[in-house]
Design a protein. Structure first.
Length: 283
């Protein structure tokens, strides 16, 4: 018997084995399809129930994901036992247990992000729609999964941030409260009266509609600048980036108009040029 005959015999055996297993493969495929539909339906049902319970969106996403993982795990175990009758769920679990150490080392980053995602979803202070800053990333939270957090930059780019990155680094939530404090520096001339200028600035800022009236407008003399005395102006307004830009625009315009009306100079940098030799000017 030559090598070609052996190869043909092996192929025939494999083909016959495949034909014998074909009904099992079809049943396993149907189980997978049924599992897909069941997982989708279960997640929708759970979503409706939890929404009626007025639960946070991040927790709803967490429970839906865990339910989907559970349904898929059971479905795939059933499909595996149909294809390989000698393999039982207990054997598969034992195999996974023996390989858990190797799997843990191989997928360390994945498991780390998974656990970080669960903990982030359990946090009460991180919600869908919040604008956050974390080290070098900033944006609005669109979705939190067990692997990544989807941040939408204010310029509309989408950034996928690993959950472990957000969990390990300090996280600033800009929209945690409807109001937050904003500030801007104003320079006035050295010969201006600081008390009068501060009153003019505070009155101008208080006259703006978007500025919160229940919080005080603060004006502090901050430092002696090169060309001016710099005042720090602080006020409270909306916490979203758009509200922050809008209030700052109105505050700057109001301060400029009020100081101009009061005759208070806002100096600009000036330079005096000195030449060692006398310059000769032409006719």
């Amino acid at each position: 018997m030559n090598i070609l005959d052996i190869l043909i015999g092996r192929i025939n055996e494999m083909a016959a084995g495949f034909v014998r297993m074909l009904p099992q493969l079809v049943i396993a495929l149907l189980v997978v399809v049924f599992t897909w539909g069941l997982a989708k339906a279960a997640r929708r049902l759970l979503d409706r129930v939890l929404r009626r319970a007025d639960m946070r969106r991040t927790l709803i996403n967490l429970f839906e994901t865990l339910l989907g993982v559970l349904v898929w795990t059971i479905g795939l175990l059933i499909a595996a036992t149909i294809i390989f009758p000698g393999v039982t769920p207990a054997n598969l679990l034992a195999l996974l247990g023996l390989g858990s150490v190797a799997i843990g080392f191989a997928f360390k980053d994945i498991f780390e992000n998974f656990l970080a995602g669960v903990l982030i979803m359990l946090r009460k202070k991180v919600n869908i729609g919040d604008v956050i800053e974390c080290d070098a990333v900033e944006g609005r939270v669109e979705q939190i999964t067990l692997r990544d957090t989807y941040l939408r930059h204010l310029s509309n780019e989408l950034v996928l941030v690993p959950n472990a990155y957000l969990f390990k680094n300090p996280l600033k939530i800009l929209t945690d409260e409807p109001l937050r404090r904003h500030e801007v520096e104003v320079g006035i001339a050295y010969d201006a009266d600081l008390d009068s200028a501060s009153e003019v600035i505070a009155s101008a800022v208080n006259s703006i509609e978007v500025v919160e009236k229940n919080r005080p407008v603060e004006v502090f003399a901050k430092e002696f600048g090169d060309n001016s005395i710099n005042l720090l102006v602080r006020w409270w307004a909306g916490s979203t980036p758009v509200q922050a830009h809008a209030s700052r625009d109105k505050v700057v315009r109001a301060i400029k108009s009020a100081l101009d009306g009061a005759g208070v100079e806002i100096p600009f940098p000036q330079r005096t040029l000195w030449f060692r030799d006398t310059l000769e000017l032409g006719d």
